[in-house]
Design a protein around this ligand. Structure first.
Ligand code: HAM
Length: 421
């Protein structure tokens, strides 16, 4: 049998309500803050990610699904959502609209050739919010507080957001220099990867999970001490607003994030109870990216939240999501010749917005009852027999077991009443 590719996951019909529930709250909170949906293609020209995400990142170096299409173009399946959103903003000239321009994406499939394990997939889906044209820290604070409100409504109300500032192209080189000076004397304690990172992107050493590197990093100078005035003021402004909004946050000077486009604010929320401290969400400001991708100079900030990880976190904590019944009503036919009446009743119920069905598999009445019980049907309408001769149908409340015989033309109204009661 052909199996699903490693690192991918089906969402089966019996589980889709969970995703729909999570997504409905995502849409609700995004809309409350004025964010509107953007949909971009699943694949883009590879160049977008080389220039946007950064060619020293693990994502670009090791994890992209890249192929040449039949026209000889290099194409890549989206390894993250921001670069595509920025490209759409530039191509759609949204920068000429009133700012800020706020957009979100949902159920956005993201592909990374990672080593699949618990919580780490090769195809996952992200909900992301991106805000363009606002340089003030209030845009960052709005995103973070929207994110936490969304998670709280899902039942994850004890999460803390870790924040940091990684400066801007003015002040970061100064920090790089200090960090290199510190690391230079400790190269023998760093892993091979980090020795390579030393020249190209020393910040990434701060993020390394190797025990030796972690030990070295503990005593490293922190970037918050090297911020220029503008970046320091921005970070102070963000903290003030988060305090004002009673957002639970912690400053973590070692957050650097795995993508190259960030400036100033970066933030992450870590999942509870996961062995490796997997991130539930990550984001930050990327004031240079729009210009870097040939758009105008436009500040921007956003985040991406992994939908499968949200689900995993909810399931780990035993938080149930409201499961809608597949059907509320089942119209059973006593004999085969009664099927048409049952079928017509079902269609009339559906017209009234009631989830209803009848038997499509030729079961006898007993088996239809068994089936309806299994599905947790609320009301059975039994069509046929003597009742039919009298122009009636029999209704059974499956919870109380109470039955009543009513005129067939009143069936729909009666069922509506029973469902309301
Ligand atoms: P990211 O931190 O690479 O950021 O990914 C965002 C979230 O996607 C993670 O926090 C995690 O929940 C989920 N995620 C990432 N990789 C996997 C995986 N292999 N399996 C399951 N879930 C995963 C970004 O992608 C940025 N574009 C976020 C952003 C938006 N920054 C600014 N705007």
């Amino acid at each position: 049998m052909v199996q699903a590719p490693k690192g991918t996951k089906d969402c089966l019909p019996q589980d889709s309500y969970k995703f729909q529930y999570i997504e409905s709250l995502m849409r609700k909170h995004a809309a409350l803050a004025g964010y509107r949906e953007v949909r971009t293609p699943v694949f883009e020209h590879t160049e977008l990610f080389l220039r946007g995400v950064g060619d020293t990142t693990d994502i670009v170096q090791k994890e992209m699904y890249t192929f040449t299409d039949k026209g000889g173009r290099s194409i890549t399946l989206k390894p993250e959502g921001t670069a595509g959103a920025v490209r759409a903003l530039i191509e759609g000239k949204l920068y000429s609209q009133a700012q800020p321009v706020k957009m979100y994406y949902i159920n956005n499939p993201i592909f990374r050739y990672e080593n699949p394990q618990h919580g780490r997939l090769r195809e996952h889906h992200q909900f992301g919010m991106e805000c363009f044209g606002a340089k003030e820290p209030s845009a960052d604070a709005e995103l973070i507080s929207t994110l936490l409100r969304l998670l709280a409504e899902l039942g994850l109300d004890d999460l803390t957001v870790n924040i940091n500032s990684i400066g801007c192209p003015k002040c970061r080189p100064v920090y790089h220099q200090k960090l290199r000076e510190y690391l230079a004397g400790r190269m023998d304690q760093l892993c091979d990867n980090c020795r390579e990172r030393f020249d190209r992107n020393p910040l990434r050493v701060l993020d390394c999970k190797e025990p030796g590197c972690k030990r070295v990093v503990k005593g490293a100078p922190i970037i918050l001490d090297s911020l220029c005035e503008e970046c320091a003021d921005h970070f102070e402004g963000l903290k003030r607003l988060l305090d004002a909004a009673h957002v639970s946050y912690q400053v973590d000077p070692f957050i650097v994030r795995g993508l190259d486009y960030y400036t100033k604010t970066v933030f992450e929320i870590i999942m509870h109870g996961q062995r490796e401290g997997l991130a539930l969400c990550g984001g930050g400001r990327y004031d240079g990216l729009v210009e870097q991708l040939d758009g105008p100079a436009l500040p921007a900030v956003g985040f991406g939240l992994g939908i499968e990880r949200v689900l995993l976190e909810l399931e780990t904590r035993g938080i149930a999501m409201p499961e809608p019944a597949q059907y509320q009503v089942f119209a059973a036919n006593i004999a085969p010749q009664d099927f048409e009446d049952a079928f017509r009743l079902v269609l009339a119920l559906r017209d009234a917005g009631i989830r209803a069905d009848c038997d499509h598999t030729g079961r006898n009445l007993r088996a239809q009852f068994k089936y309806a019980n299994k599905l947790g049907i609320r009301v059975m309408a039994i069509v046929g027999g003597e009742e039919k001769e009298r122009g009636n149908v029999r209704l059974r409340d499956m919870q109380s077991g109470q039955e009543s015989e009513i005129p067939a033309q009143d069936a729909r109204d009666n069922i509506e009443k029973m469902l309301r009661g």
